[in-house]
Design a binder for this molecule. Structure first.
Ligand code: FDA
Length: 581
């Protein structure tokens, strides 16, 4: 069997694998990406694209391309609960930071906006970025066997069009091969949690629902039909393309048997939940999926790493699946690049598990809790499994009646809807990842205390381990974010007025360690002018201090002021973070 050598083998070309491929290829790391199917995702699946993912795309230079194809943030806001599109509206909630109450939080925390970018539209954009950096991506190429020893990994792949097999030998492998990961299974990764906790059907369809949605634009329309067959309702419509393309999602209990998912049955369900028999409906695809609550017990085994759904499997509540997958790769790629290029010791790679596994655990737990937290809506409406349509309609009528009892039920419904903020405005969960590992140097100060609910609200801080806070700056006539001064595969440094010794130190260290280490003065009338004074409020260091920022924009180390020997201080910090001998 012929054998090809490479530095990093990436298995899978979903959001996680494509992001890892694009980032590594841009860093000049030799990679081969193999993926089982003949192309990128052939259905919408993940769609909520949060600000942290937007910032990764910004770093890759593709944020504008994604935005051009996605449904913009201002059309994402309304979460509507109704008996059907033509039927009675039950409740509405402004989501994803689009409501007045939360919009400022979202705007203030990032240069990137959330958008609705279905996976089949998003993946080709990341693929294009990877290809522009010269990545070697092999479609219809399935991993069939893999082993590893101290020196590397050896994989056998099969070309699905010809059936021929060949071997790939690599220094490292990234398992980005989704919820049924062959890398995880073959290399003996174990998982904590439970699987098979429920099931759902996705029906991708075309139907022009403009008359029922354009006046209340949103991403999710929950059709709760009285007498419905399961508590989540009779069909949640996910906007794929405003307002003509949708995914109709419905849950079922496998214990009651598998549902009829014939085209006829799906058309009937779509027509009932739309409520207008005149609307033409065309089914494009039907698929089933399972609810799992699993996270890998380790994200790294020797030379193998799991990213994305290969590492964490959970329901789509909170829209964190592909976002977390993209962000796993953002964390891992620069570390692998530094090690492969000989700029860092292999111990740096230990920080991947230490940093991303707690995030994976938080995400699967949050998503699972959000699913359970939808139950109070059904309860407030008095909807129960097995109830007749008449009973359901009567119960609903009571909610909106003119009586004291009805008023109490409306209060219960309002509270149940407010609970959904933990799913749809969970800004702290989306943005607030903080790392504690060997790739972060704690400065001995405590994190500032949370002033608001840490799940709902993002608290920016420059404490080592946190993500670089965003502030708008002026550079000549250009407006840019502090986040634009970091990333692109290299460490960077930010200081303030009078921080020139740090700039000199960074230049010397970059030359000595043969790394890119751009350093910037950010402050009042500096090259990067803090014209609004926002950065002064966020930075938590003096003008003479500095922040050392990792390529994934997390703070690696900070110095509150100027030490006697800034070059030595910076050297010690870099040596520790990069695990240099
Ligand atoms: P993904 O599964 O996308 O890709 C796996 C890749 O591995 C594929 O390219 C496949 O070809 C390849 N592969 C598999 N086995 C292989 C083998 N043996 N050899 C070679 N290649 C192999 N997420 C989110 O963030 N927001 C959201 O709103 C939603 N909504 C949503 C709705 C629904 C209905 C579902 C089912 C899921 C979501 N998700 C989501 C979750 C999201 O779809 C999921 O988290 C991501 O696709 C995970 O991306 P990955 O790249 O990890 O795996």
């Amino acid at each position: 069997m012929r054998t090809i050598d490479t530095s990093v083998l990436i298995v899978g070309a979903g959001p996680a694998g494509l992001t890892a491929t694009a980032l590594l290829a841009r860093s000049g790391v030799q990679t081969i990406t193999v993926t089982k199917y003949g192309g990128t995702a052939n259905s919408p699946r993940a769609h909520i694209t949060n600000q942290r993912s937007g910032e990764v795309f910004r770093d890759l230079g593709i944020e504008d391309r994604v935005a051009a194809l996605a449904t913009p943030h201002h059309l994402m806001g309304n979460n509507v609960w109704a008996t059907s599109f033509t039927g009675q509206e039950i409740a509405r909630l402004m989501t994803w930071g689009a409501g007045i109450e939360r919009n400022a939080d979202y705007q203030a925390s990032s240069p990137s906006q959330m958008c609705n970018a279905p996976q089949h539209i998003l993946e080709p954009v990341i693929l294009e970025a990877a290809r522009e950096s010269g990545a070697d991506i092999r479609f219809a190429t399935e991993l069939v066997a893999i082993s590893q020893d101290e020196d590397g990994v050896l994989a056998t792949v099969r070309e699905r069009t010809t059936g021929s097999e060949y071997a790939i030998r690599a220094q490292y492998v990234i398992g980005a091969d989704g919820g049924r990961s062959t890398v995880a299974t073959r290399l003996g990764f174990t998982f904590d949690g439970e699987s098979g906790l429920g099931a759902a059907v996705n029906v991708w369809l075309e139907a022009d629902l403009t008359p029922y949605t354009a006046h209340r634009p949103g991403t999710l329309y929950w059709m709760c039909q009285p007498g419905n067959d399961y508590w989540v309702g009779s069909g949640t419509f996910i906007c794929v393309k405003p307002w003509t393309e949708w995914v109709m999602l419905f849950m079922y209990d496998p214990a009651d048997g598998e549902p009829d998912i014939s085209e006829e049955a799906m058309l009937a369900r779509a027509r009932t939940t739309i409520g207008d028999p005149e609307v033409a409906v065309r089914i494009k695809a039907v698929s089933r999926w399972e609810i799992n609550h699993l996270v890998a017990a380790e994200y790294r085994k020797g030379r193998a790493f799991l990213v994305g759904d290969a590492a964490h499997r959970h329901p789509p509540a909170n829209g964190l699946g592909s976002n977390t997958s993209i962000q796993d790769s953002y964390n891992l790629a620069w570390k692998l690049a530094a090690v492969v290029h000989g700029q860092a010791g292999p111990e740096l790679l230990d920080s991947y598990d230490a940093e991303r596994r707690p995030v994976g655990k938080q995400v699967v737990d949050r998503a699972m809790k959000s699913v359970a937290d939808m139950l109070p809506i059904s309860q407030a409406l008095g909807f129960r499994p097995g109830q007749s349509a008449e009973e359901g309609w009567a119960s609903l009528a009571e909610v909106f009646a003119d009586s004291d009892a009805a008023q109490q039920r409306r209060t219960a419904l309002k509270q149940a809807v407010a609970l959904q903020n933990y799913q749809f405005n969970s800004h702290g969960v989306e943005m607030g990842q903080r790392y504690d590992s060997g790739a972060v140097i704690d400065d001995g100060t405590p994190y500032p205390p949370f002033e608001r609910d840490p799940e709902l609200y993002y608290h920016p801080t420059t404490h080592p381990g946190a993500y670089l806070p965003h502030a708008w700056l002026q550079h000549g006539t250009q407006r840019l974010s502090t986040l634009d001064l970091a990333g692109r595969g290299s460490f960077s440094l930010i200081t303030g007025v009078g921080g020139e010794p740090w700039l000199d130190a960074a230049k010397k260290m970059a030359a000595e360690y043969r790394i890119d280490l751009p350093a910037h003065s950010v402050g009042a009338r500096c090259a990067y002018d803090d014209v609004y004074g926002d950065w002064a409020d966020l930075r938590e260091i003096t003008d003479h201090g500095c922040l050392l920022i990792r390529p994934d924009r997390h703070i690696a180390w900070r110095s509150h002021d100027l030490p006697a020997d800034p070059e030595q201080a910076l050297r010690e910090a870099l040596d520790r973070i990069l695990a240099r001998p």
